[in-house]
Ligand binder design. Sequence first.
Ligand code: FAD
Ligand code: MG
Length: 348
Amino acid sequence: MKTLKSILVFMLCCTLSLSLIGCTSNEKTEPTQPLTKTEVIIGTVCTISLYDIKDVAILDKAFTRLKELEDILSINKLGTELDKVNNMSGKEPVKVTNDTFTVVAQGLKYSKLSGGALDITVGPLVKLWGIGTDAAKVPSEEEIKEKLSLINYNDIVLDETNKTIFLKRENMIIDLGAIAKGYAADEVAKILTENNVKSAIIDLGGNIFALGSKLDGSNWKIGVQDPEDARGASIGYIEVVNKSIVTSGIYERYFESNGKKYHHILNPKTGYPYENEILGVSILSDKSIDGDSLSTTLFALGIEKGLEFVNSQPGVEAIFVSKDYNLYLTEGLKNNFHLTSTKYKIKI
Ligand code: FAD
Ligand code: MG
């Protein structure tokens, strides 16, 4: 169980990897001030801001949906659908709702596409490290070896007709931490759109969905966090209309042991956090589930392979922030990223 302290630390760490630019304190007193609600759900701070239709009932519907998704997709709660699938590993298939089936199918798709760099059966390793909880520790080599043997996305059996999920081997665990927030953002965007909202920001712990455009019809400006600076300090911004922007990085969820930092994106081949040149990678896409899946996938692949991979995916763009202060942008972003920091350079 997480303590309040760790939840608060996590809240502080998660909120501002991407931020809305141009929301000054002056604006907050003007009629353009949004109707906003914030709650901690799915292990992170979720904020929804409505700019045009300011209806509390719409916000309530959106938060009810988020809680519903947490209740079926979490591995941090007992009795969720995913928990049942994991408990029945090696025993029998479990019938699930469309939500669980869709997210696991998407996770399996990216596990295959990435050749296992992203692997949603990484759960035993995630639990072993406990990164983001008070129990975080560097495991022993033996412990890691034992858990690695349980990771293999090829051992997930999906039955589309009967909507069942089966994990072939006992003690396997599916963890949807890398992709489910994206699905949740899409579901909230769907609810807002069904209720005629045309101007809103959905922020699920840095998974941002900028719905429609700003009230005056202009583009949203979304800042990309400087990983080494104060929260909210950005490297630059992108202008978007109706897009998802998701970031994965090493600066949000990590712990330190003997002077070394261990972040939360784990290499299913070695059992240790990925060690590469990336501080963070942000994805611009139409669907947030794609952005969330891709942000973790590209982080795992590294800059060179990641750029190659993302260029093969239609309709998505990426910004890599490297440890040597370079920014690597996909073609479609080269004219739409506004660099404001002097510390970073755009690598051509
Ligand atoms: P991302 O890059 O999107 O994902 C990283 C996460 O993916 C890791 O934290 C790990 O869970 C998983 N992962 C690591 N390596 C790999 C890999 N190689 N392949 C695939 N997946 C990998 N956190 C809490 O602390 N308490 C909670 O109660 C809690 N409840 C949650 C409930 C739900 C339904 C979900 C989806 C998540 C929950 N979380 C909880 C986790 C948290 O909200 C975030 O999902 C998590 O911190 C990662 O999000 P991210 O965007 O920072 O990183
Ligand atoms: Mg992700």
